[in-house]
Design a protein around this ligand. Structure first.
Ligand code: TYM
Length: 327
């Protein structure tokens, strides 16, 4: 019997941060290693055109993201790892889906509203139709499971709708898709813990996986922990959550107890969290350096991934073209 299919994607915005890791990539590696699924992981360079990167930046960022995914444990022997633009069927299916998707549904998308707010000078049509391309990414491979952070759930729900609209109109059988969330679907910014951790807020808001100890320490020391009124403040909660994932379990229990009793010393938590993070990602940093020294190897891995992905994408497109009456 064939395995259930997983698809997920990431924008080539350079270095991965703890939000990407705890919301998505760590889980990708676990799902891949479970052996239960057929996994596709994709660097979505077409999606990144909706932002403001230059061509040179994009080329460099794709390479960094590729290297970091491998260093984080995505294994090309177990997963199909590829770059979106290497499989042109993604844009073809996206166009087809755009003709079954009502504008009003796209207008509801939170990410579109947020991004339009953040890049007022560049509210392009691609930003608006972005979730349609994301739907094409997922459905080309007939994926049923999409491991993502919380901010992508609405897009995955729209994917289900688009599949249904298409299936009803053209009598096809795209599967129902569901988001798969981790225990930490929304890692918060270090400096503005009411917002999600994101590089677009600035470097002080995020910890990158490849960051050196001294830099981690500086950023964690500056992280906001102050309480606004009663209860545990979101910033402190975020640091405790990070400690839970990267620190010592017995120490974590103690921090939680101290937090309840009001005796916790955040300076201590911050120092221990910084060294836990630095230790956890030491192997990652070493693997990344090795891969960076061998860009040809990385390029070969991605060329092979695109070849594998394209075969599947072409099969889907053949059926879709027949259903819609073209070629
Ligand atoms: P992107 O590149 O913004 O983020 C990649 C993954 O990281 C997750 N993530 C977070 N999770 C928890 N806390 C955070 N602070 C945090 N920041 C980011 C995201 O939820 C995501 O899972 N549109 C997608 C890329 C995409 C895609 C797809 C995803 C394109 N096609 C098809 C799934 C399936 C995006 O921009 O993710």
């Amino acid at each position: 019997m064939s395995k259930p299919v997983i698809f997920s994607g990431i924008q080539p915005t350079g270095n991965l941060h703890l939000g990407n890791f705890l919301g998505a990539v760590k889980q990708w590696v676990e799902l891949q290693n479970s052996g239960t699924y057929q996994c596709y992981f994709c660097i979505v360079d077409y999606h990144s055109l909706t932002g403001k990167m230059t061509a040179d930046e994009r080329r460099a960022q794709v390479m960094v993201t590729a290297t970091e995914l491998l260093a984080a444990g995505i294994d090309p022997k177990k997963s199909t790892l590829f770059i979106q633009s290497h499989v042109p069927e993604h844009t073809e299916l996206s166009w087809i889906f755009s003709s079954v998707t009502p504008m009003a549904e796209l207008e509801r998308m939170t990410q579109f509203k947020e991004k339009s707010e953040n890049q007022k000078q560049n509210i392009n049509a691609g930003l608006f139709t972005y979730p349609i391309l994301q739907t094409a990414d997922i459905l080309l491979y007939q994926a049923t499971h999409v491991p993502v952070g919380e901010d992508q759930v609405q897009h995955v729900e729209l994917t289900r709708d688009i599949a249904r609209w298409f299936n009803n109109r053209y009598a096809y059988n795209f599967p129902e898709t569901a988001a798969v969330l981790t225990e930490t679907p929304r890692v918060k910014s270090l400096l503005e813990p009411d917002k999600k951790m994101s590089k677009s807020l600035g470097q002080g808001h995020v910890i990158e996986l490849g960051e050196e100890s001294s830099s981690i320490e500086k950023k964690i020391q500056r992280a906001v922990t102050a309480t606004a009124g009663g209860g545990i403040a979101p910033g402190a909660q975020n640091l405790l959550l990070l400690y839970k994932h990267f620190g010592d379990p017995a120490r974590y229990e103690r921090f939680i107890r101290e937090e309840k009793e009001g005796t916790i010393r955040y300076g201590e938590l911050k120092t221990e969290l910084s060294s836990a993070l630095s230790n956890y990602f030491a192997d990652f940093r070493a693997r990344k350096q090795k891969l960076l020294a061998n860009p040809d190897r990385v390029a070969k891995i991605f060329a092979a991934g695109a070849k594998q992905a394209r075969e599947v994408a072409q099969t889907t497109m053949k059926q879709v073209r027949q259903k819609i009456g073209i070629r």
